[in-house]
Design a protein around this ligand. Structure first.
Ligand code: 5CU
Length: 364
């Protein structure tokens, strides 16, 4: 049995230097009341002065950038192969004139990390999405020729106006042409106001447990509504966190579309592809959902041959002792074993065979 982790992040050394050089989100720094502990501040609003500096962001150490630590984590958790990706917020925050060069440097850096562990590491590349579309397309073309790259990771903002923006069409076309999988991952969450005035009392629970999946669900639904998969019928998207809430809400989304007088009046209901069709032909889902209940919704929506194991390393480490196996990882292993109890083939497919087939991990 081969085990492949397709949801596992890294901030390569070039990116860490960039974060250390910054003073606005995203950045890495130590605060005066805890000078020996660096903190990674990435999410919007995470450095609110009302939050004590020791609770801002998260503690950051070599597990975020040292590839040796990634391999040790893989060995501890019996993971044969990882498809690593730059973690959020990718390059979204860079000025347009810096983004193309930064993407090239970071992608070369990540490809080089993979080369150090032949057969054990592959990667999703990063796109310079704040740059003009031609610069982004050029990086898609370059990534297609790189040995360890198997697609790209991106967030929900696209070129700044979301994933239903027609200006993304040349980029979707290039991704489709090169058969590159898009790993779609949240970062921005929901507006802070929805979390209420006591949000700072609840740590990261509301933005991570709910903001992330809802952000993803809204982004994918906007893609669907704008006809992205009607125009790019072979565009393949791997959605983080088992699709946000998409599998659970697909029926409601479909019903709202079918009952919408505006869409009907505009002729947009004719010949459109349903969310169910897209889920079964264009969408892959990771299995980072921590319970067999969510996993079942994902399998029912997309099928066991489109579900892929992931860990979200280095996020969600144990709060006590990092040397042990991680509860977050074992919870996902357990959900797969219980969810597919009696169906060994599906267990093996989700843990690794699907990733090998879909991402053409030919060194295995
Ligand atoms: O803990 C977090 O903030 C995160 C994050 O930012 N990105 C991610 O992939 N997982 C957890």
């Amino acid at each position: 049995m081969v085990i492949v982790d397709i949801h596992t992040h890294i901030y390569p050394p070039t990116f860490v230097s960039l974060l250390r050089s910054r003073t606005t989100v995203p950045y890495i720094r130590a605060f005066p009341d805890a000078p020996d502990s660096s903190r990674l501040i990435i999410l919007p609003g995470e450095d609110d002065p009302a939050t004590p500096s020791t609770s801002r962001g998260r503690p950051v150490g070599p597990q975020y950038w040292d590839i040796v630590e990634k391999i040790a984590f893989m060995d501890t958790h019996k993971i044969d192969v990882s498809v690593i990706s730059l973690a959020n917020p990718w390059l979204d925050f860079l000025p347009a004139h810096e983004a193309g060069e930064a993407a090239r440097r970071i992608n070369d850096d990540v490809d080089g990390l993979c080369a150090r562990y032949p057969g054990r590491l592959y990667a999703f590349g990063t796109l310079p999405l704040s740059a003009p579309a031609e610069t982004v397309v050029a990086e898609v073309e370059r990534l297609a020729g790189m040995k360890h790259m198997r697609g790209i990771i991106m967030g929900t903002s696209g070129l700044g106006q979301g994933l239903d923006d027609p200006a993304l069409d040349p980029i979707y076309a290039a991704l489709e042409r090169h058969g590159q999988v898009v790993f779609l991952h949240p970062h921005y969450g929901l507006p802070a106001s929805v979390y209420g005035p006591r949000a700072s009392e609840y740590g990261h629970v509301l933005p991570l447990a709910l903001g992330f999946p809802l952000e993803t669900t809204i982004a994918v639904t906007r893609m669907l509504l704008s006809g992205v998969w009607d125009r790019f019928r072979n565009l393949q998207v791997l959605i983080a966190h088992s699709g946000g809430t998409l599998p659970f809400l697909a029926g409601r989304i479909e019903s709202c579309i079918e009952h919408d007088g505006h869409l009907k009046g505009e002729g947009k209901l004719e010949g459109r592809r349903s969310v169910w069709d897209v889920l079964q032909k264009n969408i892959y889902l990771d299995a980072v959902i921590y319970s067999e209940v969510g996993l079942k919704a994902a399998v029912d929506a997309s099928g066991p041959d489109r579900l892929l194991f992931g860990t979200d390393h280095p996020f969600f480490p144990p709060l006590e002792d990092e040397a042990k196996e991680w509860t977050s990882v074992n919870t996902n292993y357990q959900a797969i074993k219980v969810g597919f109890s009696g169906d060994e083939k599906s267990v093996h497919d989700v843990l690794g065979n699907n990733a090998v087939r879909i991402l053409k991990l030919d060194g295995i």
